[in-house]
Design a protein around this ligand. Structure first.
Ligand SMILES: Cc1cc2nc3c(=O)[nH]c(=O)nc-3n(C[C@H](O)[C@H](O)[C@H](O)COP(=O)(O)OP(=O)(O)OC[C@H]3O[C@@H](n4cnc5c(N)ncnc54)[C@H](O)[C@@H]3O)c2cc1C
Length: 381
């Protein structure tokens, strides 16, 4: 596997400093508190609006839809800086990362004109509806069904683990639009945009280990979805969904979910003058640096239209193991009383990292499933 290397330009380095000083100012203003895993669990619609004003949502999308027309490397830099300070970017995350690119690739012009400018303004958030109570890794077995009626579809079924559905306006939902053929399970699936405030939609929180509500069960009972909310081609949902996964698996959010803790670990060790501990922490940093180079390489490949499914699976599986390793190493190096309400940052980040870690290697495809993809050299089994 050969991934391109990326040398940041002077302009890109300047942009990084611009983002960094903007975020520093926001922290000083008290706009947000740093936390681990902020890209999934730090939902703050008002912060998303502030980001939108900077032109930092949909920054790679064409200007005609309100986007910034900038490169994916610029977006990569922006994302890294958000994660480094644990900024609350979860509300707009899915729309920015994958719904926009999905609509640009497969959506109708009407859908692009309707949704993209709203997403860019931080006024429209999306959730991703793939997993179901009996369907996770084996997504081809989804049973939420859409039945054709005049002018649209009636949806019945349930999705689960749906991150941020309670804050989102719409959900890109994988549904069965043709009866299941056990021989060809991947056929007959379609992607529908479902208005989460429509009649017949019920959203129930599932609590994290922290007690917070970040993901949900979502139930559909005779939910009407108009024809113009079908994304792409009917029956092509499997192929379209796989294209989306490429955006999902290789970003810096698969490496940096516990970065605030790593940063604080180094600060603590410096304070204590613990040179041996700093030596151990430097091993983590070296590992992170290698992963980062892989991840940037995948971003570059994506921009050039390359096939990234396998390198993205590799980055996700190794990167999320690294995120889990950070609290494991940190607790051996610094004495801590992890607590979500702790005043001491180290103790607070430690609690967040420990309680969020189990999900890192599950969400977006479990490690075992990713190993299967890499081993077989194909995306779907
Ligand atoms: C924090 C978090 C947020 C999430 N957010 C969303 C979301 O927004 N939208 C959404 O749709 N889903 C979301 N999910 C769900 C997630 O995508 C699924 O949990 C995941 O795909 C695994 O599915 P499952 O839970 O049904 O486990 P299963 O698929 O039942 O897997 C159970 C075990 O079997 C193993 N296994 C399964 N198949 C294979 C195989 N072929 N080879 C080897 N081992 C295998 C798995 O690795 C796992 O260890 C989220 C999950 C988490 C933890």
């Amino acid at each position: 596997m050969k991934l391109p290397t990326v040398q940041f330009t002077e302009q890109q380095e300047k942009f990084r400093l611009e983002v960094r000083s903007f975020l520093k100012k926001q922290i000083e203003l008290g706009t947000f508190n740093t936390k681990c895993d902020s890209w999934l669990s730090g939902s703050d619609p008002s912060f998303s609006k502030i980001i939108a004003k900077q032109g930092w949502i949909g920054m790679t999308w064409p200007e005609e839809y309100g986007g910034g027309g900038r490169s994916s490397i610029d977006r990569y830099i922006l994302t890294e800086e958000f994660l480094a300070v644990g900024a609350p970017v979860a509300a707009h995350w899915f729309a920015d990362r994958q719904t926009g690119p999905l609509l640009l690739r497969f959506g109708t012009e009407e859908q692009r004109k309707f949704f993209l400018p709203k997403i860019v303004k931080g006024e429209c958030f999306f959730a991703i509806g793939l997993s179901e109570p009996n369907s996770g890794s084996d997504l081809a077995s989804v049973s939420t069904r859409a039945t054709k009626v005049e002018g649209g579809w009636l949806v019945n079924g349930a999705k689960t683990w749906t991150s941020n559905a309670h804050d989102a306006h719409y959900m890109v939902t994988l549904v069965r639009t043709e009866p299941l053929d056990p021989e060809k399970k991947h056929k007959g699936l379609s992607q529908l945009i479902i208005d989460l405030h429509a009649d017949g939609v019920e959203i129930k929180p599932i609590r994290y280990l922290t007690g917070e509500n970040h993901f949900n069960d979502v139930f559909f009972e005779n939910v009407f979805v108009p024809d113009n909310m079908v994304v792409g081609t009917l029956g092509n949902g499997w192929v379209q969904g796989l294209a989306e996964l490429a955006y999902e698996r290789s970003g810096p959010e698969r490496i940096l979910s516990t970065f605030p803790l790593l940063n604080e670990l180094v600060e603590e060790l410096k304070k204590q003058g613990d040179l041996i501990g700093l030596g151990e922490a430097s091993k983590l940093i070296a590992e992170m640096w290698g992963l980062r180079n892989l991840s940037i390489g995948v971003a570059k490949m994506l921009e050039e239209g390359g096939e990234v499914a396998i390198p993205a699976a590799l980055v996700k599986s190794i990167g999320t193991k690294f995120e889990q390793k950070v609290p494991e190493v940190a607790r051996l190096l610094v004495q801590t009383m992890p607590c979500l309400e702790a005043h001491k940052n180290f103790d607070r980040y430690m609690a967040e990292a420990i309680l969020h870690s189990p999900g890192f290697t599950i969400r977006g495809g479990t490690s075992e499933v990713l190993y299967g993809i890499v081993a077989k050299g194909v995306v779907a089994g």
